[in-house]
Write a protein that binds this ligand. Structure first.
Ligand SMILES: [Zn+2]
Length: 220
């Protein structure tokens, strides 16, 4: 497996998981990271610290059968990742964590409204809270996938934050941006009633974001 595309992707999943901890977005191993691969996806295993992960620890999940191959058990939230990939053909990676500010808002069932234009990075004029379901259940997976059918990120009530992207880098960049926005929103709220961007302006910003950061010649 050493030189294969699969090996490289397994290493990238591990690097991305470690990056979440380095950036302080995730603590210990409560988050999980996956990348689409062939007919399924590669995901971090349950219960192993990111620092000691090796490529062979990453688990492959077949999207058709839901079966997995590998010597480890997958993250307890593997069904959430699976349902997101089923719901979004354009998702190349999924990232989940319990970052402090996003989780605080999720615990209070407080969506992030259009207080800042960057909210549109998640694909709409708000970042919504998915109603509570027990962690690791199919019910949570279905609710999360339903939310990510319309947008690229959401909060999970009494739980944490979930983002997708075309690549691993884009998925964790959005996860980091949601945490940044959540922190800013908490500060804004401490200053008084948040002032919001009008709906027509946010619609314009959402459109603009569809081409944001793209260079001439880039594929969509
Ligand atoms: Zn979680």
């Amino acid at each position: 497996m050493q030189d294969s595309e699969e090996f490289a992707l397994r290493r990238a999943v591990i690097e991305t998981a470690r990056e979440l901890n380095r950036r302080g977005i995730n603590v210990n191993k409560s988050g999980n990271i996956s990348a689409r691969f062939r007919e399924g996806f590669l995901i971090t295993p349950t219960g192993i610290p990111y620092e000691s992960l090796i490529p062979e620890d990453i688990v492959f999940i077949d999207l058709k059968s839901g079966g997995f191959t590998g010597k480890r058990l997958p993250s307890s939230e593997w069904e959430m990742h699976a349902e997101v990939y089923r719901a979004r053909a354009d998702a190349g990676a999924v990232a989940h964590c319990h970052s402090a500010y996003a989780t605080a808002l999720a615990c209070q069932n407080m969506p992030i409204p259009a207080f800042h234009y960057m909210v549109a990075a998640a694909g709409g004029d708000s970042i919504d809270v998915v109603p509570y379901e027990t962690f690791g259940t199919h019910a949570l997976a279905l609710r999360a996938a339903e939310a990510l059918q319309k947008k690229n990120a959401c909060l999970l009530e009494h739980h944490g934050s979930l983002s997708l992207g075309k690549t691993l880098g884009k998925a964790i960049a959005l996860l980091a941006e949601v945490e940044n926005l959540a922190r800013q929103y908490c500060i804004v709220r401490s200053l008084g009633e948040p002032r919001l961007i009008p709906a027509d302006e946010m619609a314009r910003v959402v459109q603009k974001f569809k081409t944001y950061g793209r260079q001439p010649g880039d594929k969509e």
